[in-house]
Design a protein around this ligand. Structure first.
Ligand SMILES: [Zn+2]
Length: 491
C-alpha cells in the first residue's frame, strides 16, 4: 500500500472511531424529570403476618374440577374476609366460577375503562421425595426474620397479599379511585387448564358485560439486581409484554414389531432416532424482536463508557448477537421457538420389538409463530415420511405483544424509576404461562410484573425447594401497588 493510502485509511478509521466515541457519549438513558419521591410508611408487620398465614393454607388446584379439594380454597376465602375487612365492606365480590374471586372497587366515573390487578390463589404441590430437603416445612409459613418461607411466597401469594394490603391501606386512607379497579384472583393458574380456567371465566364475565379493560397487571418479571463490576450497577425491572406459546406434539413411527431374536435392520426406535436427529438439527429460526432490542438498548444505555462504545452500535450488532444467543440455551429461548424432546416410549418388554415408538416434543412458541407453524415445520424437517405427527390437547398459541408506549407502560416506567433511580425498565418475553393472556379479548395493555426485588438464585426456588421471599422486598411492593393504583385508576 502506498503512503497516501495508508494515511487515508488511518484518517478514515480515526474519524469513524471519533464518531463512535461521540455516539457512545450521547448514548445514555433518556433524561426524565425526576419526581420527588418520599417512601411512604408501610405496615410491614401486618404484611409479614398475613403473608405467612396465607402460605399456611395449601391451595393446590387440580386439572379437573371434580378432583378439587375445595376446603383450602374456602378457608383461604374466609381468611381474606377476616384479614381485609375494609375491602369486604367497600368492594363488591363475585365468584364468576367456583373458586375464583372477582372484586370490584367502584370508581367515581363510569365512562373510563377500568383497570385490573390479577393474581392466582393456587400454588404448585411439593415434588415427590423432596419434602425432607426443605429447611422449613413448605406450608408452615415460617418467618425467620430474614425470609418468609414456603410454597407460594414467590409464586404468588406474595403478590396477591401485597395487592390486598395495598388496597386495604388505600381504603383506610380514604382513597377513592376515579376508574373502577378490579382485583381478579384465579384459582387454577398452575394447572394450565383453559377449559375450566378461572381466568377464562373472569374474562368471560367482562365480555358479557361489555367491559373493556384499560390495562391488566399480573405476575411475571421481578426486579433483578444487575451488577457487573465496572460495567453496570442497576436493578432490572423486567415488564413482561408477551408470553410464549406451549405445545406438546407426539411424533411416532409404527412398525411390524415381533420377537427381538429376529430384528430388522432398524426397529421403530431405530427409525425414530433418525427422526429425532432431524428435529433437533433443524431448530426454528431466531429473531431478535423489537421488544428484545429495546431490552438490550435499555441495559446498554446504563453501562459504563467503554461498554457503551459497543452497545451504541446495537442495530449493527444485531446479527451477531442473534447468532451468539442461539448458542446459549437460556438466551436462545428468548429469540426463537424452542424444541425440547422430552419423553420416549417403545415396546413394553425387553424381548419385544416395538410396534410403535414415540417421543413427546415440547415446543415453546415465539410470539408470531403458531401451532400451525410448528406442524408445518415438523413436516418439512422430518425426512422419514412414515413419521406421524399428533398435536396433543392443551396447546396454547403465544400471546399478543403489548405496546411499550401505552398509558400503563409509561406509568410503570415512571413509578419504577421514581422509586429507584437505578432501575432499568425494559420489556421482556415471559417464558412460562400466566393467567394474563386469557384477558386479551378485553384488553390490549397486558403487563406481567411483580414488584419484588429478588436475586436470580432465589428466583430459581420458584416451584422448587425452599421457595422464600426476602422480607426486605416486601415494603417496596406495597408502595409500588399503592402508587400503581393511585396513578392508573386516575383519569
Ligand atoms: Zn404463578
Amino acid at each position: 500500500m502506498d503512503k497516501k493510502k495508508v494515511i487515508g485509511a488511518t484518517a478514515a478509521v480515526t474519524a469513524l472511531a471519533g464518531i463512535n466515541a461521540v455516539r457512545a457519549a450521547v448514548y445514555k438513558p433518556e433524561k426524565k424529570e425526576i419526581v420527588a419521591y418520599e417512601p411512604e410508611t408501610v405496615d410491614l408487620d401486618r404484611f409479614r403476618k398475613n403473608l405467612s398465614d396465607a402460605v399456611k393454607i395449601p391451595t393446590i388446584a387440580e386439572k379437573n374440577p371434580a378432583d378439587m379439594n375445595w376446603e383450602p380454597f374456602d378457608r383461604f376465602h374466609e381468611f381474606l374476609k377476616e384479614r381485609y375487612p375494609l375491602i369486604h365492606e367497600c368492594l363488591t365480590l363475585e365468584e364468576p366460577v367456583r373458586g375464583s374471586l372477582l372484586y370490584r372497587w367502584k370508581g367515581k366515573r363510569d365512562d373510563l375503562d377500568p383497570i385490573a390487578l390479577l393474581s392466582h390463589q393456587d400454588v404448585v404441590p411439593i415434588s415427590e421425595g423432596t419434602l425432607q430437603d426443605w429447611t422449613y416445612a413448605p406450608f408452615d409459613g415460617v418467618d425467620d426474620g430474614e425470609y418468609i418461607w414456603g410454597r407460594g411466597t414467590l409464586d404468588m401469594k406474595n403478590h396477591l397479599i401485597g395487592v390486598m394490603e395495598s388496597v386495604e391501606a388505600l381504603l383506610a386512607e380514604g382513597f377513592e379511585p376515579t376508574r373502577d379497579v378490579y382485583l381478579c384472583f384465579g384459582h387454577n393458574e398452575e394447572v394450565m387448564t383453559s377449559e375450566y380456567s378461572g381466568a377464562v371465566a373472569m374474562c368471560q364475565y367482562f365480555k358479557e358485560r361489555g367491559i373493556h379493560l384499560d390495562c391488566v397487571i399480573d405476575e411475571g418479571g421481578a426486579i433483578l439486581p444487575v451488577n457487573i463490576k465496572g460495567i453496570i450497577d442497576a436493578q432490572l425491572a423486567g415488564i413482561g409484554v408477551a408470553e410464549k406459546g406451549y405445545a406438546d406434539v407426539e411424533v411416532s413411527i409404527s412398525a411390524k414389531g415381533g420377537h427381538s431374536s429376529q430384528p430388522p435392520k432398524h426397529s421403530a426406535i431405530g427409525e425414530l432416532a433418525g427422526v429425532i436427529q432431524d428435529i433437533e438439527n433443524h431448530q426454528f429460526k431466531e429473531e431478535l424482536s423489537p421488544m428484545m432490542m429495546e431490552l438490550f438498548d435499555s441495559v446498554g444505555r446504563r453501562m459504563s463508557y467503554p461498554m457503551r462504545l459497543i452497545m451504541c452500535n446495537l442495530p449493527l450488532l444485531k446479527p451477531v448477537i442473534q447468532k451468539v444467543m442461539t448458542l446459549i440455551p437460556p438466551a436462545a429461548s428468548m429469540v426463537r421457538t424452542t424444541t425440547g424432546v422430552t419423553m420416549a416410549s417403545g415396546s413394553p418388554a425387553p424381548n419385544v420389538l416395538p410396534q410403535k415408538a414415540s417421543v413427546n416434543v415440547n415446543f415453546r412458541m415465539y410470539p408470531g409463530e403458531t401451532i400451525e407453524d410448528v406442524e408445518k415445520h415438523l413436516k418439512k424437517v422430518i425426512k422419514n415420511k412414515k413419521a406421524e405427527i399428533t398435536v396433543k390437547p392443551g396447546w396454547k398459541n403465544p400471546s399478543a405483544i403489548s405496546p411499550t408506549d401505552s398509558r400503563c407502560f409509561n406509568a410503570l416506567r415512571d413509578i419504577c424509576s421514581q422509586m429507584n433511580p437505578k432501575s432499568i425498565i425494559a420489556p421482556y418475553l415471559v417464558m412460562g404461562g400466566t393467567d394474563a393472556c386469557h384477558y386479551e379479548a378485553v384488553c390490549e395493555n397486558i403487563y406481567r410484573y411483580s414488584p419484588f426485588l429478588v436475586d436470580t438464585q432465589l428466583l430459581l426456588c420458584t416451584h422448587g425447594t425452599n421457595e422464600r421471599v426476602p422480607i426486605a422486598a416486601l415494603e417496596d411492593a406495597i408502595r409500588f401497588f399503592k402508587l400503581y393504583i393511585r396513578t392508573l385508576s386516575a383519569e
